[in-house]
Design a binder for this molecule. Structure first.
Ligand code: ADQ
Length: 489
């Protein structure tokens, strides 16, 4: 980077994701209130000191009028955010349709939509067209704001078409793409009608990243088997051009969680929870209410555990906090009713006038309440049927340094590869196995818990979100430099 007054100028990082990390509420014709959502990605990028990050994405609201768009753009600029305006029809077809109805279930091994196959096939074409159109709209905003030397980091399955759009406009742009979900086996990806076009678009990036080595391997296999390209240890090669493919496991801002435990607001919550559940072991599930999180499977396993272990019936409580998502989608509404029904049945079966075995909340918790819950928990249950990584398991470990509780973790979450040695790994489809693991966790010796916790705590506090972001971006810079050297030779 050039120097100014002896200080290096920070390289600009354009982070492109479907959603900006803000929630925007319109207060008047030209007035907006904005609240930054402190997700993992935001804190990860705040930690990347040598880059100056700018966000490009959809603000999550429909703003049809020019006055509103101008005002929102101005308000967002103060938060270093640049909006992409998507109208309702595009959001319906691209976001609800192609992203959430096609790619999300497919990448989590739930297959393409089954019911009304004919209608789906017909709408597939229009949804894919909307997906490409939306990606081009993101690209147009990136192109408008791009300055030479910027690094462009595209995120997730919503923007698989973006690397191609960007490189077609400017072949010298440094483009990285990272997938937050699993990338499925090539045999699953093969069923997608637009399989080749999507792979080719992603391959336009300089660096392609996944949470685990397995997902990276599946991607390379898909490129070799479906596109007939050559897979190398570095990535995928097409006519002498290499797209580097590698694993970059995400982490959390562990200091934020550890530090929060000292706050008086969190301590007050902890005290309240300890009093409320005195004499009972606390088991915890925290998930978005999504089919991939295996919530019904988790609750059924807990029922089986209570069935088989009468001693524990009045000595344990399961707190399941499930924040609703995609509430307008019929499958998600069905899932909510299914979970409510199972919880009601189990509470009716094993509850008493004064206590129930399951407390199920359909809502999000604020940060202090979430940290307090993690801290008082004896056993955390993560039973995802598939999950790119699963940050809840990391957050739980970060908050457990005094209690040293046990993590029961699905082997189908990416986190199983990093926290597997400290957690009890389970197949969430095997209800009996999960029920047995609950008993094992509740009766585990203090020495064993300490040993397992140490392993996981060390991992969570050393493989942080900041480290993840720094590694990806510096690898992207290096990849581009190496490619330039190769072309010169
Ligand atoms: P998600 O599917 O959203 O993320 P996860 O990684 O567990 O899954 O992150 C969820 C986040 O939401 C956590 O920070 C958690 O604290 C918060 N959260 C969930 N339920 C909550 C509740 N009821 N109240 C408050 N907060 C709640 C996607 C992929 C993951 C991948 C991440 C990051 O699906 O596999 O780990 O991106 O790449």
């Amino acid at each position: 980077c050039e120097k100014q007054d002896g200080l290096p100028l920070r390289q600009r990082l354009l982070v492109v994701a479907n959603r900006l990390p803000v929630s925007a509420v319109r207060r008047g014709e030209e007035s907006w209130s904005l609240e930054i959502s402190a997700g993992g990605l935001v804190s990860a990028l705040l930690g990347v000191k040598e880059f100056e990050a700018r966000w490009i994405g959809w603000a999550g609201v429909n703003v049809p009028d020019e006055i509103g768009q101008k005002a929102l753009t101005k308000a967002l600029a103060e938060k270093r955010c640049i909006p992409v305006f998507l109208d309702e029809e595009i959001v319906h077809q691209y976001y609800n349709g192609y992203c959430n109805n096609i790619l999300w279930p497919l990448f989590h091994y739930l297959g393409l939509p089954q019911e009304d196959r004919l209608a789906t096939t017909r709408s597939f074409q229009s949804q894919f067209a909307a997906y490409k159109k939306a990606n081009q709209m993101f690209a147009d905003v990136v192109n408008k704001h791009y300055e030479e030397g910027d690094v462009v980091w595209c995120h997730d399955y919503h923007l698989m078409f973006l690397p191609k759009c960007l490189k077609e406009h400017n072949i010298n742009m440094k483009v990285g793409w990272f997938l937050h979900t699993p990338f499925p086996s090539s045999e699953i990806h093969r069923t997608l009608p637009s399989r080749s076009e999507l792979l080719r678009s992603v391959l336009a990036a300089d660096l392609v990243g996944f949470h685990t080595y397995d997902y990276a391997r599946h991607f390379v296999s898909a490129c070799t088997r479906i596109l007939g390209l050559e897979g190398t240890p570095e990535g995928v090669e097409d006519q002498g051009r290499l797209t580097r493919v590698a694993a970059f496991p995400i982490g959390i801002d562990s200091d934020r969680f550890i530090g929060a435990l000292e706050l008086s607001s969190v301590q007050d919550h902890i005290k309240e929870l300890k009093e409320r559940f005195a004499g009972r072991k606390v088991m915890l599930g925290v998930d978005r209410l999504d089919m991939i999180k295996g919530i019904p499977q988790k609750i059924l396993a807990f029922e089986k555990f209570l069935e088989e272990n009468s001693y524990w019936r009045d000595k344990v409580v399961l707190l399941q906090i499930a924040v609703p998502t995609r509430t307008d989608v019929p499958e998600y509404q069905k899932l909510t009713s299914q979970v409510h029904e199972i919880v009601g049945r189990i509470n009716g079966r094993f509850g008493s006038l004064t206590a129930v075995p399951i407390h199920h909340l359909d809502r999000s918790l604020d940060f202090p309440a979430l940290c307090a819950l993690y801290a008082v928990t004896d056993v955390a249950l993560v039973t995802s049927l598939r999950d790119g990584m699963n940050l809840v398991s990391y957050e739980f470990v970060a908050c457990q340094d005094s209690k040293k509780g046990v993590l029961i973790l699905s082997e189908f979450a990416g986190a199983a590869q990093s926290l597997g040695a400290g957690a009890i790994l389970v197949n969430p489809w095997n209800i009996s196995e999960v029920a047995d693991s609950i008993r094992q966790a509740l009766t585990m010796s203090a020495e064993e818990r300490e040993k397992r916790h140490r392993h996981n705590f060390r991992h969570v506090t050393t493989h942080t979100a900041q480290e993840w972001a720094e590694t990806f971006v510096s690898e992207l810079n290096d990849t581009v430099v190496e490619a330039q050297l190769r072309t010169k030779q």
